[in-house]
Design a protein around this ligand. Structure first.
Ligand code: DX5
Ligand code: ZN
Length: 218
């Protein structure tokens, strides 16, 4: 089973982005998670295309781009050009999710769908086979450093059941409030990829913290 740690650069030192990206390159992280916020879908603005372009110049890990924006279809091509491997859109931001997923895949990227804490996993029943990744939000999107929502374990277990029922191949990613306290429990519930922002970048030794998380889920 795929098990990865994806540090979220949202919690990194933006004045030293190259250094932070190099740290992730050298670490045991599998992916690098990039959070794009538009100030409309979520009440915060993070960073945009020029910054992603600069990050992509240095990043050696798989780029996992999480779009917290309305009307994400407008930018699918742009993120393909910026070397995103996974492009994740929010269920709540898409009127025609099936079309959006096909558009992401036709640009050669893996298609992800993120679910807000209030959105039931059962809503993916008729589309799960088309999806490469489901990002289960374990906080309300928009900010790093929030507390983990405990109901996530049940959602992950339900989603794992749905994926198996349908014989689908979607990876399950958890985003928000991930730490050494919940990492193993999340993997045991059926998760594959753990995004960690403040737990990694807020620690004294981020590289060692990634290594510890990796050990937790091994
Ligand atoms: C929140 C973002 C997360 C965020 C996680 O909206 O999608 O990726 O960086 O941060 P932590 O790990 O600090 O909760
Ligand atoms: Zn995210």
């Amino acid at each position: 089973m795929t098990k990865k740690i994806a540090p979220s650069l949202l919690a990194a030192d933006f004045a030293n982005l190259q250094r932070e990206v190099e740290m992730v390159n050298q670490s045991e992280a599998g992916w690098l998670h990039l959070d794009i916020m538009d100030g409309v879908f979520v009440p915060n603005i993070s960073f945009g295309m020029p910054v992603v372009k600069a990050i992509a110049r240095h990043a050696k890990k798989i780029l996992d781009v999480h779009l917290m924006i309305i009307d994400p279809d407008r930018y699918i091509k742009t993120f393909a050009e910026l070397c995103a491997s996974f492009l994740t859109v929010h269920y709540e931001a898409c009127h025609h999710l099936h079309r959006t997923i096909q558009a992401i895949k036709s640009e050669g990227m893996q298609a992800g769908v993120a679910l807000n804490p209030h959105t039931p996993v059962q809503l993916l029943e008729n589309i799960i086979e088309e999806i490469d990744l489901v990002c289960v939000m374990s906080v309300n999107p928009g900010f790093g450093g929030q507390s983990f929502i405990e109901n996530t374990y049940r959602k992950v277990a339900d989603l794992r059941e749905l994926i198996e029922q349908k014989n689908a191949k979607a990876l399950i990613e958890i985003d928000g409030g991930v730490s050494a306290t919940n990492a193993k429990k999340l993997i045991d519930a059926g998760a594959n990829v753990l995004v960690a922002g403040s737990f990694v970048f807020g620690s004294d030794d981020p590289s060692a913290t990634i290594q510890n998380l990796k050990k937790e889920i091994a």
